[in-house]
Design a protein around this ligand. Structure first.
Ligand code: B1M
Length: 213
């Protein structure tokens, strides 16, 4: 009998190989994919997020858990696609133009995926034009921008302006984050939300989704 709590615990402990095996076993035993995702993996990632916020976990533990989550998602993704399980929402995520720091935004992406979002990863050094093109192509619910440099965070405003200019700003929620960012700056540039860390980013995306466009 599959023990979903055991999967969660191994995910929290960052044991990618064990998680992969347990997830495969659970599926073979007939546990619903949605249940493996929601009751084992997301529960585990939520706990990782909680510990990270409480300074009980640091970046290495989060990255290990993220790796285990990736392993599980690699197994689940093709099956979920076959079963047409709808993601909670779609988020287009990138580090802003001029900025190559991606560790934080990768963590944000993992926490979003762990919370059931489909993440369109636009990578690093993402220009306003690339964001606009991605919004037109993928029609995400949320655009998520990360910046680690005071010199690049200003490009977030340029991106919001570009979304506005082509008439798609009102079709998406925009959230921003990264070490030099603040709620005040987010308000100043007309973003819909700011999150200080990866766990809060996943929570914020869910809140923004519920607000609708
Ligand atoms: Co750079 N770097 N770096 N760097 N680097 C910093 C950011 C810096 C603070 C170091 C310092 O001087 N003390 C400084 C920025 C100063 C400033 O502008 N305020 C700096 C600098 C100056 C530079 C260069 C200009 C150095 C140079 O070449 N002279 C250069 C710029 C390159 C470029 O981007 N164009 C540069 C290069 C690099 C490396 C390539 C060597 C490497 C990046 C590797 C990579 O990412 N693949 C690097 C690194 C590793 C750092 C430090 C040491 C660590 C950053 C990191 O990954 N932190 C950093 C100093 C530091 O922070 N101690 C530094 C861990 C990560 C988990 O945290 O990214 O903050 P963080 O993400 C958090 C939150 O911010 C939040 O959630 C995450 C998890 O909780 N968050 C979001 C992030 N994005 C979010 C989005 C959201 C919500 C939350 O919603 C959308």
């Amino acid at each position: 009998m599959a023990d979903l709590a055991n999967i969660s615990q191994n995910l929290i402990d960052g044991r990618a190989q064990v998680v992969g095996q347990l997830v495969t076993d659970a599926i073979n035993e007939g546990v619903l994919l949605q249940s493996v995702l929601n009751d084992a993996l997301i529960v585990g990632m939520n706990e990782v997020g909680r510990r990270f916020k409480a300074n009980e976990f640091y970046v290495p533990e989060v990255l290990l858990a993220a790796r285990a989550m990736h392993r599980a998602m690699d197994i689940l993704k093709p099956l979920l696609a076959d079963n047409k399980v709808q993601p909670r929402g779609v988020v287009a995520l990138a580090t802003i133009e001029g900025d190559l720091h991606d560790i934080g935004s990768n963590l944000v992406g993992m926490m979003l995926e762990g919370s059931g979002f489909q993440v369109i990863d636009l990578g690093v050094d993402c220009s306003a034009e690339k964001f606009v093109a991605a919004v037109k192509e993928h029609k995400p619910h949320v655009v998520a921008m990360s910046a680690l440099l005071t010199t690049t965070m200003t490009n977030m405003k340029t991106t919001i302006h570009a979304l506005d200019e082509v008439g798609v700003r009102k079709t998406v929620k925009v959230m921003v984050g990264g070490a030099p960012l603040t709620q005040r700056y987010a308000d100043e540039i007309g973003a819909d939300g700011y999150a200080p860390d990866a766990a809060s980013a996943a929570e914020l995306a869910a809140v923004l989704m519920n607000k609708g466009t």
